[in-house]
Design a protein around this ligand. Structure first.
Ligand code: 5GP
Length: 114
C-alpha cells in the first residue's frame, strides 16, 4: 500500500494525467493548475523534502530539471519562458511530502513571488 499521494500516482492507485515517465521519474499535470501549463516532476523514490537530499542525489535533481526542460519544449512554452519551483516545508507551501518540481508556464509570471 502506497503511503503518500504521489506514491499512489506512481503505483496507479489514483489517476493522473501523465506527460513523462522513465525508470526514475514521473511527470503529471497538477490537479489544481496555477498556470495554463502546470506539471509536477517527481522522483519515483520517496524523498520527503529537499532537506532530505544529499550529495548522492545531485544527479537525480539535475535530471528532474532536464526533464522539466524537455517537457517545457514539448508543451510549447520553452521560448516564451517558464518557471521551476521547489517548495520545502510548510512555510514555503509544501503540502505533499514527496519532493516535486513544479513546471509553470503559459502566462506571465510575477516576480517576486508572493
Ligand atoms: P506543494 O504545495 O506541495 O508544493 O505542491 C503540491 C501540488 O500537488 C499542488 O500544486 C497540488 O495542486 C497538487 N496535487 C495535490 N493533490 C493532487 C492529486 O491528487 N493529483 C495531482 N495531479 N496533483 C495534486
Amino acid at each position: 500500500m502506497s503511503e503518500d499521494l504521489f506514491e499512489k500516482i506512481i503505483d496507479r492507485e489514483i489517476p493522473a494525467d501523465i506527460v513523462f515517465e522513465n525508470d526514475e521519474l514521473l511527470a503529471f499535470r497538477d490537479i489544481n493548475p496555477q498556470a495554463p501549463v502546470h506539471v509536477l516532476i517527481i522522483p519515483k523514490r520517496k524523498i520527503r523534502t529537499l532537506n532530505d537530499l544529499d550529495e548522492d542525489d545531485a544527479g537525480l535533481v539535475g535530471r528532474m530539471v532536464l526533464a522539466a526542460k524537455e517537457i517545457a519544449a514539448s508543451e510549447g512554452i520553452a521560448e516564451d519562458g517558464y518557471r521551476l519551483n521547489l517548495n520545502c516545508n510548510e512555510r514555503a507551501g509544501q503540502s505533499v511530502w514527496h519532493i516535486h518540481l513544479h513546471l509553470l508556464g503559459g502566462r506571465k509570471m510575477d516576480w517576486p513571488p508572493g
